[in-house]
Design a protein around this ligand. Sequence first.
Ligand code: 5GP
Length: 216
Amino acid sequence: MQRSRGLLVIVTGPSAVGKGAICRALLERTPGVRFSVSMTTRPPRPGERHGVEYYFVTKEEFEREIQSGGLLEWAEVYGNYYGTPRRQVEEALERGEDIILDIDLVGANTVKAKYPDAVSVFVIPPSMAELHARIRKRGSESEEAVQRRLQEAPRWVEQGLTYQYVVVNDDLDKAVAQLQAILIAEKCRTSRQGGQLIRRLLERGSIEDDEPSDHR
Ligand code: 5GP
């Protein structure tokens, strides 16, 4: 059967909502789903490896990548640059692999506009009080920056109304199960694999692949 293109899945949400934890758990529990490794100018945290969590680059290297068109989107987040390398995403989709982008809202809006076919998921906290607590817990920012983030929170949350799916990050297992269900449902869409199955059934009388798989 002609292989269908993979799913481009954007996972975003307000800052500190915990989308990273959901994506990591999803990847551990779902074979065949790839993670889009971003490029960043922020220094690695303990335990982070180049090419696994991020590609850690200098500001000059990042700017060269922007100039050469190597990034599908990029944004400045907390004073550092983050961007999605274009090639790994396009190659994964061509190969029929699903790829997940854990990116901020600015980047997510860019990808949504460039790839209308992308699946967009917005992660929200169970309450504004919980979001405030998570922003404070980050502890990596000045009080002024924290205050600004708290004030901006409702405006960021409101952007979720333009996304296809909403997942609440309250119980991690439940959030991951919801994300897995979204991926399964998206593949069944008539505009994706579902329609291919119907066409194949009509053309060949069966959805089964009738080409010998061992090339005898
Ligand atoms: P952290 O530094 O905590 O790993 O990530 C900070 C923020 O940057 C998170 O909200 C994360 O989703 C976002 N981020 C990570 N990679 C990218 C990227 O390639 N593009 C954009 N726009 N945001 C990213």
